[in-house]
Design a protein around this ligand. Structure first.
Ligand SMILES: [Mg+2]
Length: 247
């Protein structure tokens, strides 16, 4: 791939659930299937999921279910979760949806970067384990402009902020560019997405399409907050302020 060296490269890392898509509770269905397969009974209650990584959710689920020593069991549980993830693709197709403006925003970013000759890499930074993210995005046809190879996924860490250096390092290795500081942009719907960006010195763009309001996300310290992704020009300007001056 050739690109202009004088235009700074940019790594845009999208959160998945409630930012790009609503998966129709497919993730929780996978937890139920995995728990039933491993322990032969139902999960008692659903833990809170917003902004947390699959590793954190898995640990919490095992603890809530009274499983002794969850930390000793979490890797085995995640292996089973990965096995059952493809089984919930139908749930995503049937009950999930791409959130308004998300597909257009992803496409427009690729087009805008191509127009100004800059390198722009789009991927995900998500609490989902990798296979679950692939199943959800693939089922809804949203994987086309996202380079899922260089994403960071929630089976790697309990703490979301720890995922940012992983994505930066793999994008740097694949594209031979430097994505340090605000050259990396996180787009997400929770204060944990904003915190992950701030801890890593990345730009934080927050979208109030989940359970948190614009005011919540402003208070969390996001650099830009959008009500949703329907204003494509606004999304582009929030992600790369220099584009705001073009139109
Ligand atoms: Mg989210």
């Amino acid at each position: 791939m050739r690109y202009r060296r004088d235009v700074p490269g940019q790594l845009v890392l999208w959160d998945v659930d409630h930012t790009l898509i609503n998966a129709g509770r497919a993730g929780w269905r996978a937890y139920q299937l995995a728990f039933g397969r491993m322990f032969g009974r139902d999960v008692p209650v659903a833990p809170s999921l917003a902004g947390r990584t699959d590793r954190a959710i898995a640990l919490h689920t095992l603890a809530l279910a009274g499983v002794p020593d969850p930390r000793a069991q979490v890797d085995a549980f995640q292996r089973i979760l990965a096995q059952v993830a493809p089984d919930v693709a139908d749930v995503v197709r049937e009950h999930g949806r791409v959130l308004p403006g998300a597909a257009e925003a992803v496409r427009a970013l690729t087009a805008a970067a191509a127009a100004d000759g800059g390198l722009l890499v789009q991927s995900v930074l998500t609490g989902n384990m990798r296979v679950m993210a692939e199943v959800k995005l693939g089922a809804l046809g949203l994987d086309r402009h996202l380079d899922l190879r260089v994403g960071a996924y929630g089976d790697a860490h309990e703490i979301r902020a720890d995922l940012v250096p992983l994505a930066r390092a793999s994008a740097a290795a694949v594209y031979g560019a430097d994505f340090s500081g605000p050259a990396t942009v996180l787009v997400g719907d929770t204060p944990l997405d904003v915190e992950a960006a701030r801890v890593a010195g990345a730009r934080a763009v927050a979208v109030a399409s989940g359970e948190f309001s614009v005011a919540d996300l402003v208070a969390a310290g996001a650099d830009a907050v959008l009500p949703d992704l329907t204003d494509t020009a606004g999304v582009l300007a929030a992600i790369r302020p220099a584009w705001g001056r073009l139109g």
